[in-house]
Design a protein around this ligand. Structure first.
Ligand code: ATP
Ligand code: MG
Length: 570
């Protein structure tokens, strides 16, 4: 390809609203172009990367015995009403009406469509198991689209759905996808970790996420080096530390002027936050109620765990506002479950249940209660509500765990009959009976993967694409396009590499060579060949984008080396 015809559109300056390296670099390298918040267009170089990622994903899905289809992004409301998600999915669902007032959504995922398709197309047990997938555009009206392709409103997903006769079959299909995802992310050169996961809006009863490890990841992972337990903090449980708090005695009121936060109380009372509780009031819009939730004072409440306890949706759960607290009779900073447990459900974390006594608000400005005890002084529903963190004990082997950040690049779910039952997706078993198919679903964020690779492969000069996903493998830069020897040698190498099936760019642009080198470093082409002062002797320079090493090399040797290295890496 000749660079002059390529619509290269690199930027010198960092775009203002891009905050993380991978987003900045995709924009600066001219891979993507923003349209409006969370919506991107793919430019030629970016599209080539995307196509390569998709090809690797497809190859591994096909090898795993899956079959590809392509569905529409537009989905009729009726399907979502049938599954019960039209309301429950919340404001992330992009809803629209056609000219006849019929309602649709732009699919954020395709469980409904695939379930309805299996219902229509599969009748007999003989057709099962089957795993059907597509690579297709999804829409989610994210509350805060950010970080470029990481969290966009339109993105490309590979989604697959397995249909089995029974749960044993589902286990095998799930394991097949777990193994396939490990192969895919390995081929995509990602440093990744599979972790136990919450099932979120998709539902079901078992799930793993595949996390690309990165400091800019939005997910927190805890893991155990000893036994290999690893989980998203939304899901992670811990072995309890059995901390008992204060001694057991009747509770009493103390004056705590202006101390309405854990920090202020710690300062004023010189008390360890472990002896306190956080008593939080939440508004559950979905179930139209307010609830109290309590975790130990040194803990953060995990909203997802509360969502699950409430059978609500994270988009519908918010901390009560100051005004709501006032109207409900709570005193902000001094909230207490005591006296409120008849009117509100009180969700209490396991750790709080275990304590002999703790400090909590007295529901009166500037006062707290000491030595409160759950069960004796108030009642509630005990469940897991705390966010696991570094140093907590592994639920499997009890050793202290570590914490790291990750980008969720894929997730797999055991759905069971969550969709097949309400949507009546059944097959006729050998005994002649109708049974619901047992389903799994499996997603990979293709566009998010693309940016995750950049996050893991870049330096101060630009992107360092691994060879098998690079937009082109080699670029040839003649130092002076008016120099005949340089141009002839560059043309010769270009044609030889093309004949060998190598993806190569000839930089024929009329620009300074320093400018061109900067461009290719930013774009991240793995190899740059420079045809310069020794061209007449058939000697070129070869630069490795990854190591930044340069070598002088004769043309035959250069061609042989590139063929070998590139074929090995593909
Ligand atoms: P997140 O928790 O990051 O919002 P999710 O768990 O809602 O993601 P899934 O429903 O599991 O996402 O979708 C499958 C995959 O699609 C995710 O693992 C992720 O890689 C990708 N994905 C989801 N939402 C987005 C988005 N807004 N932009 C880009 N990719 C996304
Ligand atoms: Mg997910």
């Amino acid at each position: 390809m000749k660079a002059n015809r390529m619509l290269i559109s690199t930027l010198k300056e960092n775009p203002q609203d891009a905050k993380i390296a991978s987003h900045i670099l995709l924009l600066r390298a001219g891979m993507i172009k923003p349209e409006v918040a969370g919506i991107y267009n793919f430019l030629p170089l970016g599209l080539r990367v995307l196509n390569k990622i998709e090809k690797i994903v497809k190859e591994e899905m096909d090898k795993a015995g899956c079959i590809e289809i392509l569905c529409s992004a537009l989905q009729p409301k009726e399907l979502w009403v049938e599954s019960g998600r039209w309301e429950k999915y919340g404001p992330e669902l992009m809803r629209l009406k056609d000219r006849h007032d019929r309602e649709f959504c732009l699919g954020p995922t395709h469980e409904e469509v695939f379930t309805s398709m299996a219902k229509d197309l599969i009748k007999s047990a003989k057709a099962l198991p089957i795993n059907i997938y597509q690579i297709q555009t999804k829409y989610r009206d994210e509350f805060r689209p950010r970080f470029g392709l990481m969290r966009s409103r339109e993105f490309i997903m590979k989604d697959a759905y397995s249909f089995d006769k029974d749960t044993q079959g589902l286990e095998a299909s799930y394991q097949n996808m777990y193994d396939t995802y490990s192969k895919i992310f390995t081929r995509l050169n990602l440093h990744f970790q599979p972790v136990l996961a919450d099932t979120g809006n998709i539902g079901g009863n078992g799930s793993h996420q595949f996390m690309a490890l990165s400091d800019v990841g939005e997910s927190e992972i805890v893991y155990c080096d000893e036994c290999g337990y690893a989980a998203d903090v939304e899901k992670a449980t811990t072995k309890l530390d059995n901390y008992k708090g204060m001694e057991e005695k009747p509770y009493s009121k103390i004056h705590t002027p202006n101390a309405g936060t854990i920090e202020e109380l710690q300062e004023f009372l010189k008390m360890d936050p472990k002896n306190m509780t956080k008593t939080l009031v939440y508004h559950d819009y979905m179930n139209e109620k307010f609830v109290i939730a309590m975790v130990r004072g040194d803990r953060e409440l995990n909203v997802i765990k509360l969502v699950n306890a409430l059978n609500s949706n994270e988009n519908y759960l918010r901390l009560a506002t100051d005004e709501e607290l006032l109207n409900l009779g709570f005193v902000k900073g001094f909230t207490s479950p005591i006296g409120h447990d008849k009117d509100f459900e009180v969700y209490v974390d396991y750790e709080v249940e275990l304590m002999d006594g703790f400090l909590t608000g007295a529901n009166e400005k500037d006062y707290h209660f000491l030595n409160v005890k759950y069960g004796r002084d108030f009642k509630g529903i005990v469940c897991d509500l705390k966010t696991a963190t570094e140093g907590d004990f592994c639920p499997v082997c009890g050793k202290p765990m570590k914490q790291e950040r990750g980008i969720e690049v894929g997730q797999i779910f055991k759905l069971g009959t969550k969709y097949s039952e309400p949507m009546n997706c059944t097959y006729v078993d050998l005994d002649g009976k109708n049974k619901p198919m047992v389903m799994g679903c499996y997603g990979i964020g293709i566009t998010r993967v693309m940016q995750s690779i950049v996050e893991q492969y870049h330096d101060e000069f630009g992107i360092k694409w691994p060879i098998n996903v690079a937009p082109y493998e080699v670029v040839i830069v003649p130092i002076n396009i008016k120099d005949e020897a340089q141009m002839n040698l560059a043309e010769e190498i270009y044609n030889r590499l093309l004949e060998e099936g190598i993806e190569v760019v000839f930089d024929d642009r009329d620009a300074r060579c320093g400018f061109k080198f900067k461009d290719w470093e930013l774009i991240g082409i793995p190899y740059t060949i420079v045809s310069g002062k020794n061209a007449a002797q058939g000697i070129l320079e070869l630069k490795d984008r990854n190591t930044l090493e340069k070598i002088e090399i004769g043309k035959e040797e250069l061609i042989n080396k590139l063929i070998k290295d590139i074929m090995n890496a593909r």
